[in-house]
Ligand binder design. Structure first.
Ligand code: ATP
Length: 252
């Protein structure tokens, strides 16, 4: 599975530098979690890696796959907003990427999309329009759409944030299993979520923002059991690390 190497990432809006000269490597086949205070630039970094434009801003940097091949068509990106198309059914939203590539209407893709919706507990809403769904349901459809892409590299921006605690727990497990062995970058505000799912945890903080490692997560199998004592200890430390980071910009 290819990793991703980001070099010299920079972003500014109206002369204000959000980050510059950032380097980050996403090891192939592993989950990397990205934590940091609100507004520090996590979504922007994810968008830059996805090759999306910084509307109204100036972005730079190189993003390459470690196998040397093009990244085109190998990245699935789940944005913070679900971006569901209101005029399409839930089922057609899940297979939207394939439809846009001129596929996705065959029985096979219908079966895969229906299976994902079933896993998300939404099989009975397949023919509904997104407007009739709750925020958490919409987020599950967006997650199903991301998984449907079956891409080796997956970028997810707070994919579980709108879910109730029990559904979040279940979908974290499901995503860990379905995306095991993929190269994943997960933006989250939840330290325990990062600790459950990621092989590496990075913190983005300060202004301009800098990246630093939060250290190794506990040596437990993924998805890690949050009820293990070492997870609670590590989460407490991560809270401290995040707290100190969030004041860096204000102090400087
Ligand atoms: N289109 C834009 N025009 C001007 N500034 C922007 C624009 N988009 C983002 N920004 C600014 O860039 C900075 C980084 O935003 P970004 O959304 O990447 O942060 P974030 O860390 O993902 O925040 P959150 O955790 O709240 O989602 C913020 O200060 C934000 O105000």
């Amino acid at each position: 599975m290819p990793g991703v190497s980001i070099h010299g990432a920079a972003l500014a809006y109206a002369g204000r530098t959000v980050f510059d000269d950032l380097d980050l490597s996403l090891p192939g086949g592993e989950w990397t979690a990205l934590l940091g205070p609100s507004g520090v630039g996590k979504s922007s970094l994810l968008r830059l890696i996805a090759g999306l434009p910084a509307a109204g801003g100036t972005a730079a940097g190189s993003v390459r796959a470690t196998d040397g091949a093009s990244l085109a068509g190998r990245i699935a990106y789940m944005a913070q907003r679900d971006l569901l198309l209101p005029w399409l059914s839930v089922l057609d939203n899940v297979r939207l990427g394939a439809r846009m590539r001129g596929k996705g209407r065959d029985a096979d893709s219908r079966r895969v999309a229906m299976h994902l919706l079933d896993t998300m507990g939404l099989a009975d809403r397949a023919t509904d329009r997104p407007g009739s769904l709750s925020g958490g349901m919409r987020q599950r459809v967006a997650l199903a759409r991301t998984l449907f892409e079956d891409a080796p590299i997956v970028l997810m921006d707070e994919p579980f944030s709108a879910l109730d605690a029990v559904t979040r727990f279940q979908l974290q497990e499901m995503a860990a299993s379905l995306l095991s062995g993929r190269t994943v970058l997960l933006v989250t505000h939840d330290p325990m979520e990062a600790l459950r799912l990621a092989g590496r945890i990075m913190i983005l903080s300060g202004s301009p923002a800098r990246l630093r490692s939060a250290g190794d997560p506990p040596a437990l199998s993924i998805p890690r059991d949050p009820f293990q004592p070492e997870m609670a200890e590590r989460a407490a430390l991560l809270f401290q690390q995040l707290g100190s980071g969030s004041l860096e910009g204000a102090a400087s």
